[in-house]
Design a protein around this ligand. Structure first.
Ligand code: SAH
Length: 204
């Protein structure tokens, strides 16, 4: 999977590639479709949600440019697959999921993998996590019509947000960097994610 789907498509960050080699994706998909775990596609994880395509997880993780010292906020825990990868690449991670059952399952998976630097929160991640800000990086695996204002205000100087921005059906993977109090925005490419459902995302 890492060679064919990720390295070959141009992801060169060795830390990201080895984290993806170490986290077994089959532990994050439902038992009935476990044989599909290493295919080049998103897969259903229940509750109408999906585990992202491996390449997209790699692309978003690489776009964050993590060195290992960062405090990170992830929105949309889902299966916990990207959570497990991010946890290996940063100092401290908080992950927010709006659906309690997904969050609970992800928490169990990461506990069995002995990952200890992650805090799981159930709630509306479009609000960020004001009590624990600032964050050096914010990553969203759910698509938003615009960059939620609370995320920008909870970002540290030099910090980076990576998220899909667009309508409910198609989006652009977007990187926002905060420099000297101003945001710089880059579009990294087209993508398709489930919607961010919440106060600063889409309404139900
Ligand atoms: N990276 C995850 C992707 C999960 S899909 C994985 O690979 O498994 C995105 C997740 O965002 C879904 O689980 C969805 O329930 C969640 N989500 C949507 N809106 C949210 C919100 N406002 N706050 C937190 N989580 C949200």
């Amino acid at each position: 999977m890492v060679e064919d789907q990720i390295r070959r498509r141009g992801i060169r960050d060795e830390r990201v590639l080895s984290a993806m080699e170490e986290v077994p994706r089959h532990l994050f998909v439902p038992e009935e479709i476990r044989h599909l775990a290493y295919t080049d596609a998103p897969l259903p994880i229940g509750e109408g949600q999906t585990i992202s395509q491996p390449y997209i997880v790699a692309e978003m993780t690489a776009a964050l440019r993590l060195s290992g010292t960062e405090k990170v906020l992830e929105i949309g825990t889902g299966s916990g697959y990207q959570t497990a990868i991010l946890a290996r690449l940063c100092r401290e991670l908080e992950t927010i999921e709006r659906l309690p059952s997904l969050s609970a399952d992800a928490r169990v998976r990461l506990a069995t993998m002995d990952i200890g630097n992650v805090t799981f929160v159930v709630g509306d991640g479009s609000l960020g996590s004001p009590g624990h800000a600032p964050f050096d990086r914010i990553l969203s695996a759910a698509a938003s019509p615009s960059v939620p204002a609370p995320w920008v205000s909870q970002l540290s100087e030099g910090g980076v947000i990576v998220l899909p921005v667009g309508d409910r059906y198609e989006q652009e993977l977007t990187r926002v960097t905060l420099r000297c109090g101003r945001t710089e925005t880059e579009v990294l490419g087209g993508c398709r994610f489930v919607p961010l459902v919440g106060m600063y995302g889409f309404h139900r």
